[in-house]
Design a protein around this ligand. Sequence first.
Ligand code: G3H
Ligand code: ZN
Length: 277
Amino acid sequence: PLTGTGTIVTPAADAARGVGAFNVIQLEHVQAIVAGAEAAGAPVVLQLSENAVRYHGALAPIASATLAVARAADVPVAVHLDHATSAGLVGEAVELGFSSVMFDASALDYDDNVRATTEVVEHCHAAGVWVEAELGEVGGKDGVHSPGARTDPAEAAAFVAATGVDALAVAVGTSHAMLTRDAELDFELIAALRAAVPAPLVLHGSSGVADAHLTRAVTHGITKINIATHLNQVFTAAVRQALADRSQLADTRRYLGPGRTAMTAEATRLLGVLRAA
Ligand code: G3H
Ligand code: ZN
């Protein structure tokens, strides 16, 4: 069923378990991730990013389909708006019944980030919607990788107190859209952030992190693990395989289906890795 994000993330944070938060673009992603979570017997967060909404041209069509699949699922599924910079889009997600939003004002300086995030938190909390924000910019969204970015624990604690956010995305060595899983995480910093910040921590750009390091990130204090690129790589590799040598292929189901099947298996596997933490 469709579930509050806090209902999934809070107990996981208390038990030092990881929660998979996987990005969706097409309906096939939604189906694959939910089927993968059902096979793993694990809850999952489906995330639609502002960028994915821009691709579709509107939030409601893909969001309605995503919410419908979540409602019908056999495991708890949260639907989350990812990397929103537009307060208007956040409002639309709240109206549609999203479980949570990430408001990303990480590119602003500290005071402006606090101001903008606080406004969004007030609006969302009034509607019972859980909010994630980011402090210390995790790079790579624009193709420019900056794995050296770091979130300061004292500043993070002050930010959470000032804004009232429910979870905080932190910069600890990852970068978005990495194609190889060789990011070097700052585990000491993760532990220091966990000790300083009274809210669950979120790791963005987790595609660049090897399985063993994902597990270590969770045991050191990360709860929500955001993965997009890696699952897309798996999906697209299967599509590429299905299309190879079949120049007459026309029915889109013949190549999207294998992509969906491959993504399902990898989602199940990743949720197992996070659970093993
Ligand atoms: O918000 C989404 C994630 O941070 C995904 O990043 O594509 O590098 O896995 P990724
Ligand atoms: Zn991200």
